[in-house]
Design a protein around this ligand. Structure first.
Ligand code: ADP
Ligand code: 5GP
Length: 211
C-alpha cells in the first residue's frame, strides 16, 4: 500500500476545478477532498441554493482564522480576493490515517507552501481551452457580479505566469477527458517507487527468508 499523498489542484477561477474534484472523489477509491476554512461569506449556487458550511467551506470569522494561524492549525493558507483561505492540518492527517490520499483545491501560494512542506506532493494545474471559454464559464456559473468576473479574469493572467511550477498541466476542454487525465496522474503517482518503500522492503525481506 503506497504512502498517503497530497494532490493539489489549482487553476483560474471558473476553469472547472470544483467540478473535476467532485467527480474524482466520487469515481476514485481512497481519495478525500479537503474542505477549506474561508473568511468570505457563502455564495449563491447555480441551482438557487447557497453554499453550505462544512460542505463547500468551513465559513469562519477573520478573528477565528487568525487564532488558527497563531495555533499552527493550518497546513497552508493564503489571502485571495481580500479573504483568507486555509487547509486544516488535522483534516489532512485524519484522512491519511484513515487510508485516504487528500486532494486540495487551492491557489498557487498555498500550492507552494504544500510543496515546501512535502516535496512528494503532486501539483496539477488546470487550464481552460481558451480565454473566451473561461469567461463563458465564469459568467455561466452566475455566482459572481460582473465586476468580480473581470477581477477573476485579470487574476487568471497572473496565475498562468506561474503555472510552470506545477508538476502537470491538464486542459479542461472536454470534462470527461480532463477527469480521466487527472485520474491517470493520481494512479501513476500512487505507483511511484518512493511512495511504495514499505512494499519494496517487505519484498526484500520475503526474498531473504526464502534464501
Ligand atoms: P472552479 O472551481 O475552477 O472555479 P467550477 O467547477 O465552478 O470552476 O466550474 C465553472 C463552471 O464551468 C461551472 O458552471 C461548470 O459547470 C462549468 N464547467 C466545468 N468544466 C466544464 C467543461 N469541461 N466544459 C464546459 N463547462 C464546464
Ligand atoms: P472561491 O472564493 O472562488 O471559492 O476561491 C477563491 C480561490 O481560493 C480559488 O483559487 C481557490 O482554489 C482558493 N482556495 C480555496 N481554498 C483554499 C485554501 O484552503 N487554501 C488556499 N491557499 N487557497 C484556497
Amino acid at each position: 500500500m503506497h504512502r498517503k499523498m497530497t494532490f493539489v489542484v489549482s487553476g483560474p477561477s471558473g476553469v472547472g476545478k470544483g467540478t473535476i474534484c467532485d467527480r474524482l472523489v466520487k469515481e476514485m477509491d481512497s481519495l478525500a477532498l479537503s474542505v477549506s476554512c474561508a473568511t468570505r461569506p457563502p455564495r449563491p449556487l447555480k441551482d438557487g441554493g447557497m453554499e453550505q458550511d462544512g460542505v463547500h467551506y468551513h465559513f469562519i470569522t477573520p478573528e477565528r482564522f487568525q487564532t488558527m494561524i497563531d495555533e499552527g492549525d493550518f497546513y497552508e493558507y493564503a489571502c485571495v480576493h481580500n479573504s483568507y483561505y486555509g487547509t486544516s492540518r488535522s483534516f489532512v492527517k485524519q484522512q491519511m490515517d484513515a487510508g485516504n490520499d487528500v486532494i486540495l483545491e487551492i491557489e498557487m501560494q498555498g500550492a507552494l507552501q504544500v510543496k515546501a512542506a512535502d516535496p512528494d506532493a503532486v501539483l496539477i494545474f488546470i487550464l481552460p481551452p481558451s480565454y473566451e471559454e473561461l469567461r463563458r464559464r465564469l459568467v455561466g456559473r452566475q455566482s459572481e457580479t460582473p465586476e468580480q468576473v473581470e477581477k477573476r479574469l485579470s487574476d487568471a493572467a497572473g496565475q498562468l505566469a506561474f503555472a510552470y511550477i506545477y508538476d502537470y498541466l491538464v486542459i479542461n476542454d472536454d470534462l470527461d477527458q480532463a477527469v480521466e487525465d487527472v485520474a491517470e496522474i493520481i494512479r501513476a503517482s500512487r505507483l511511484r517507487a518512493r511512495a511504495n518503500k514499505k512494499l519494496l522492503d517487505d519484498f526484500k525481506r520475503s526474498f531473504q527468508e526464502v534464501k
